[in-house]
Design a protein around this ligand. Structure first.
Ligand SMILES: Cc1cc2nc3c(=O)[nH]c(=O)nc-3n(C[C@H](O)[C@H](O)[C@H](O)COP(=O)(O)O)c2cc1C
Ligand code: SF4
Length: 520
């Protein structure tokens, strides 16, 4: 062990919510009281959230983990010999060998939880900026074609090929172009964008800078939801560090090329994650969905050609440039190439982030990684892809996570959020929730969504009260068809997905209301 001994404690928001700040303070105080020379480094999280606060100690044999460490555990850990407390019950052994982490394919999240998110030097020492250096050595068109060849598809939800979008922006003639990162991350059960921005913000900066070089844009904006104050702070710190280091600014790494980044904070509207509403919000207006065409790639921010991508899409780009598109495309299945950071949440024993190639099944994610439900009861339904995603029934858990396989089954992968429900869930209530959510979050521009969501909620209330159930279920089905076909954007267009999946796979929950009606 070298001195001072380096101890890593996450300052990720999830870890902080379970006491990581206190743990860090208690470790420093105990070490000082016992005259043990330590230096505490605050990192992001590795994503094994059930182990947070996960404390790591640097040793010649790699990092050794302890977790989950409660502030009150710290004295006992030191009594047991911490920083070298092998016999303590919280001792987990080498962090890289923890099965939850060891079985993942970490590409985008390789440095998350490892580096100090405020240190450019740390990022560079761990292989950072190799992608940017490779991009600076290529013609812009070759960068775009590398991204096309990697098969990368947008991780924000729709799965549109990222390279094709970049090609459109690159080909557009304009005096100014923009790179906008969608970090609104409004989907229930998702947190990968946040974890990345808090744990490895330089990766996002690198990806956005490469996008700027590829399409000829010199300015970028990261649009972050206000509910993410730690991510906002981490991004601002990292941007300032890159400016001081010369990685951002008017002479990127001495190349004479320019790129500047700004953070903008949203105000808590789900619809501001929709790309055109996000652009309105970035322009200082109320976030309302724009009619397409024109698409943002042609006329986006301030009417200029704009790349809009999700955090994870940009963050996948540096490895594509650094290691080649083939290496990235080697992961995955079918037309879903690369890795996806899946997020396991809801009623789950071991919640967290699991990055793997597409093709892993829901069952593997929920059972092998997640350890089944937190309640110990059987899984009944899994909502994949956020609040507009379908409820997948327990007998479809062997479906591979693949855009096409999911679409064929009437489901969607979306941003990779997986929310687990046990057998106590009432799916008729979940169907009501879908309409209620849309009624609250609709931007109000088009009638099928604005009025349809309210009528859907009211009709579900009548079904739940057992009023004329068969007629009201038929009305809900009609309404779903109307909203799917006639809504201006996917907010209204996809709200029927969870409703219809609940009706299709869990009709007995609607019949229960039927039974109540018959009994009265
Ligand atoms: C209602 C609604 C909310 C959305 N929220 C987000 C979001 O929070 N983050 C995101 O990246 N994309 C979100 N999207 C998708 C974006 O409109 C857009 O497709 C995406 O930012 C494009 O980036 P990508 O190609 O990298 O996925 C949302 C779409 C809709 C319809
Ligand atoms: S579908 Fe809903 S959110 Fe989308 S434009 Fe229409 S009213 Fe707005």
């Amino acid at each position: 062990m070298t001195f001072p001994i380096r101890i890593f404690v996450p300052k990720d928001a999830a870890a902080r919510s379970v006491g990581a700040d206190d743990v860090a303070a208690r470790i420093m105080a105990e070490a000082e009281a016992r005259s043990i020379e330590v230096s505490v480094v605050r990192t992001g999280t590795r994503g094994a959230l059930f182990l947070e606060p996960l404390v790591e100690v640097e040793t010649s044999a790699g990092r050794i983990g302890y977790g989950p460490v409660d502030p009150d555990d710290v004295t006992g850990l030191f009594d047991a010999g911490f920083p070298s407390a092998d016999g303590h019950p919280l001792h987990l052994g080498p962090v890289d060998a923890i099965p939850y982490l060891a079985r993942q394919t970490r590409v985008t999240f390789a440095r998350c939880g490892v580096i100090d998110p405020a240190s450019v030097a740390d990022y560079r020492a761990q292989g950072g900026f190799r992608g940017l250096e490779a991009a600076l050595a290529k013609p812009a068109a070759d960068i775009v074609e590398d991204v096309v060849a990697s098969g990368l598809r947008g991780r924000g939800g729709a799965g549109f090929p990222t390279g094709i979008k970049w090609r459109t922006v690159a080909a557009a003639e304009a005096d100014e172009k923009y790179i906008c990162c969608n970090a609104d991350e409004g989907d229930s059960g998702t947190f990968a964008d946040r974890i990345l921005m808090e744990g490895d913000p330089f990766l996002l900066i690198e990806g956005m800078t490469i996008a700027g070089l590829a399409v000829g844009a010199c300015t970028g904006y990261v649009y972050i939801r206000s509910e993410y104050p730690d991510a906002i702070a981490a991004m601002k710190t990292a941007i300032a560090a890159c400016e001081a280091d010369g990685t951002l600014g008017d002479d990127i790494l001495g190349s004479g090329r320019s790129f500047r980044l700004h953070v903008r904070v949203g105000a808590g509207a789900y619809i501001c994650g929709e790309e055109s509403a996000m652009l309105d919000s970035l322009e200082g207006k109320r976030g309302i969905v724009r009619a397409k065409p024109p698409i943002p790639a042609i006329a986006g921010l301030f009417g200029k050609p704009t790349v809009v991508n999700n955090v994870l899409s940009f963050a996948a780009v540096p490895s594509i440039l650094a290691d080649g598109p083939e290496a990235y495309a080697a992961h995955g299945m079918g037309k879903s190439r690369g890795t996806m950071p899946f997020q396991i949440a809801g009623n789950i024993a071991r919640g967290g982030l699991v990055e793997l190639g597409f093709g892993v099944t829901l069952r593997e994610l929920i059972e092998d990684f997640g350890g089944g439900t937190h309640s110990g009861r059987p899984v009944r339904a899994v909502q994949v892809g956020g609040p507009l995603g379908a409820y997948v029934p327990a007998d479809r858990l062997d479906l591979p996570m693949d855009y096409e396989a999911f679409a064929e089954a009437g489901f969607m992968v979306g941003h990779g959020g997986i929310v687990v429900f046990d057998d106590t869930v009432d799916m008729a209530r979940q169907a009501r929730f879908a309409f209620a959510f849309c009624a609250i979050e609709s931007c109000g521009k088009c009638t099928p969504c604005r009025v349809g969501a309210v009528r859907g909620r009211e009709t579900m209330d009548r079904i739940l009260a057992g009023e004329d159930v068969a007629t009201n279920v038929a009305l809900v089905e009609d309404l779903c068809t109307l909203m799917t076909d006639a809504s201006l954007c996917a907010m209204g267009g996809l709200t029927p997905m969870p409703v219809k999946s609940a009706l299709t796979y869990f009709p007995e929950d609607f019949d229960r209301a039927h039974a109540r009606e018959a009994a009265e």
